[in-house]
Design a protein around this ligand. Structure first.
Ligand code: ADP
Ligand code: ZN
Ligand code: ZN
Length: 663
């Protein structure tokens, strides 16, 4: 009987490849999940053994022998193997690429773990837990009593309500029972405080998978988790693939955060995979947020998730007071109103810190000709270039193109070009002028590029070196700055005008998260919102009622408009240097699949909302169904047909299952 090895290779082809065992191989000892070296497309490649079978569709004499078996045992635990297989099917992505995405880089290159010490932060002393309030106690109790059961919790707690404290105390119970815990967080580099709080609480081995680790340390972290030595692993979305022999609990902090969805290549959602993994292992999972996603809230309504509520701030802190600043008809000094400047002065003179939120980096979003109105556009994108003053450049925030500031208008040759609108860089310069006696910290992608810079800025804020904090949404992420008493939102109107159906949800989440930085200890906090829509009913629901009221209104609107989560989307994107290649391909797909698409609504082909990006023309087909299973079934039949289309070779195309961005 012949033995054929089915091997997944990390290439973008939806296919498993056949090889014969290497000459000296003991086939009985092979396990799925071992690495195998093979020659592939005239080079040596590493693949993963998927299974051993006894026949092949390829004639035997045409099948090559594998070069060698690399491992003595599978690199994948049973649950991660199942998770990867499930993800490859659900996201319709090649299994080889999915399996590789689940491994540390050095394993993908054929290397082995070696002892490589991860620098452990020196902890002062271990801190003892807080005495929980009634709501915290209840949440803690429910989570702890779900040990060894699959149960999905939403820990919905206002900002500063002590969600992290609940995780910490629940985790302690799981550790006592010899279990390991996985904690997923949005952007680990932005919240060194969170990791520190874990380290100050537990004497067990904790691993933080942050971007400062070398590949060797990453591999070692993987090995420590796999051996059971590491008890807690904290990481961003890819940490969902960390192996654990005794996983007991998964926590997803800020579950609404977009960074849990990978936006290119293997477009998985770490939250959804985490739920799958919890189910496979029959363990509880806690999704925490002050501003849960509408998907999650809908799942609570359907009784699929169990909600735990923390309605007040922990300890002596209270929620900040909101004040809407109607800036219609007010004289604005570069975007700042007089009442805002006066309020800032008061808080600063009282020795407190003030935070200003503006979600636009650079000096100004537009550079315009004073004579003819020409606007500097990116040559490669349908987008304006942003004016950056200090580096004297125009930059495209979509494709990273950089240009010197032109001296003359490209349309009329006039030499007076004006920056229009306000970005964080300009805001900083204006405030330096207004408040020369105070130090300003600006946090945005431009100021934290250098390694170590973000820690330096955050330390400077904690120590009180800076009094005025300016930033983009980076400032909104989970920070605990005890001395911030005033938060100002410079422009609260952005979300009202977007074409994206999720814009209002995002705006509400962002506003509350930013506001949540104010008044986090005894000192009361205040939040000022500059707006030209002071009567907007949703703004009032958000500020005067609460997030869940606001979210419920949005959910009702989604239900009426039949939008997610009341329908399921798959976005098929295509791009090419020529627009007609894109549109022809999408047309061809539509024709090919319309016969098998009963129960599926197909929208398009249409150009993407940003039609040109980084030199590519882009278009899309939106596939929709009220039933996930119908959509999945359809894709299983449709994808092989798409692979056969003649126009395919002229485009790049991808599938995005449950997309969170529509462009
Ligand atoms: P969240 O994760 O909801 O933003 P945290 O857990 O960070 O909230 O708690 C906010 C602050 O309140 C932290 O400084 C924390 O130490 C403190 N805190 C949490 N729970 C309690 C409690 N039961 N009693 C006193 N202080 C608490
Ligand atoms: Zn001009
Ligand atoms: Zn561009």
């Amino acid at each position: 009987m012949s033995r054929i090895l089915k091997i997944a290779i990390p290439v973008h082809v939806r296919k498993i490849f056949d090889y014969l065992p290497p000459p000296d191989c003991d086939v009985e000892k092979l396990q799925p999940g071992m690495r195998v070296q093979v020659s592939f497309a005239r080079r040596e490649a590493i693949g993963i053994l998927v299974e051993v079978v006894s026949s092949s569709a390829v004639p035997l004499h045409k099948i090559k022998s594998a070069t060698k078996i690399i491992d003595n045992e599978s690199l994948f635990s049973n649950d991660i193997w199942q998770l990867a297989v499930w993800a490859a099917e659900y996201y319709h992505f090649p299994l080889g690429e999915v399996l590789f995405a689940a491994l540390p880089t050095l394993l993908r290159q054929g290397k082995f773990p070696k002892e490589e010490k991860i620098k452990e932060d020196v902890v002062v002393a271990l801190f003892s837990p807080h005495v929980l309030n009634e709501e915290q106690k209840n949440a803690f109790h429910e989570i702890q009593s779900a040990m060894n059961q699959f149960k999905i919790f939403l820990l919905a707690g206002v900002t500063g309500s002590g969600k992290t404290e609940v995780y910490l105390q629940a985790i302690a119970e799981f550790l006592k029972n010899k279990k390991q815990v996985l904690v997923l967080v949005p952007e680990i580099g932005l919240t060194p405080q969170t990791i520190q709080r874990f380290q100050e609480r537990f004497s067990e081995k904790i691993i933080a998978l942050h971007s400062g680790l070398t590949e060797k340390q990453r591999l070692n972290a993987w090995a420590l988790a796999k051996s059971g030595e590491a008890k807690i692993v904290i990481g961003t979305r890819s940490a969902i693939f960390t192996p654990f022999p005794d996983l007991g609990l998964i926590v997803i902090d800020e579950e609404h955060d977009l960074s849990f969805k990978q936006q290119e290549g293997f477009r998985y959602h770490a939250r959804d995979l985490a739920i799958k993994r919890a189910q496979q292992n029959q363990i509880p999972i806690v999704l925490g947020s002050a501003t849960p996603s509408l998907e999650t809230l809908n799942n609570v309504k359907q009784n699929r998730y169990h909600e735990l509520n923390l309605s007040v701030r922990a300890g002596a802190a209270s929620l900040p007071v909101f004040q809407i600043l109607d800036i219609r008809n007010l004289i604005l000094e570069e975007g700042l109103s007089q009442p805002l400047l006066t309020e800032m002065k008061m808080h600063l003179e009282a020795g407190n810190q003030v935070m200003l939120f503006l979600n636009r980096r650079g000096f100004a979003p537009v550079l315009m000709c004073h004579a003819c109105g020409w606007i500097a556009m990116c040559k490669r994108c349908d987008a304006r270039m942003t004016y950056h003053h200090r580096v004297n450049q125009l930059r495209c925030h979509h494709c990273e193109s950089i240009k010197k500031i032109p001296q003359k208008c490209e349309a009329c040759n006039y030499s007076e070009l004006h920056p229009i609108g306000l970005g964080t860089e300009k805001l900083e310069m204006i405030l330096e002028k207004y408040f020369p006696e105070y130090s300003i910290a600006r946090l945005d992608r431009d100021t934290v590029k250098k390694k170590g810079k973000i820690e330096e800025l955050l330390d400077g804020i904690q120590s009180g070196k800076h009094q005025i904090l300016i930033g983009t949404q980076m400032l909104a992420k989970g920070h605990h700055f005890p001395n911030v008493t005033l938060v100002a939102i410079i422009d609260a109107d952005g979300g009202f005008f977007s074409a994206d159906f999720r814009a209002l949800e995002r705006m509400g989440q962002l506003l509350l998260q930013v506001a949540g930085r104010a008044g986090r200890v005894e000192k009361p906090g205040k939040v000022l919102l500059q707006t030209r829509q002071p009567e907007h009913p949703l703004l009032h629901e958000l500020l005067n009622k609460n997030y869940s009221f606001f979210a419920n209104t949005l959910l009702k609107e989604r239900e009426q408009a039949i939008l997610p989560p009341f329908i399921h989307f798959v976005l098929l994107r295509a791009e090419a240097h020529q627009n007609d290649h894109v549109m022809n391909f999408l047309e061809q797909i539509k024709n090919a699949i319309s016969k098998i698409s009963s129960g599926i609504k197909i929208l398009g082909p249409i150009p993407s909302p940003m039609q040109k990006r980084a030199g590519f023309f882009r278009g899309q087909l939106l596939l929709q169904s009220k039933q996930r299973a119908v959509l999945q079934n359809f894709l299983r039949n449709a994808v092989p047909q798409i692979e056969l289309l003649s126009e395919k070779k002229r485009v790049r195309w991808s599938l995005d299952v449950d997309p969170v961005e529509m462009f």
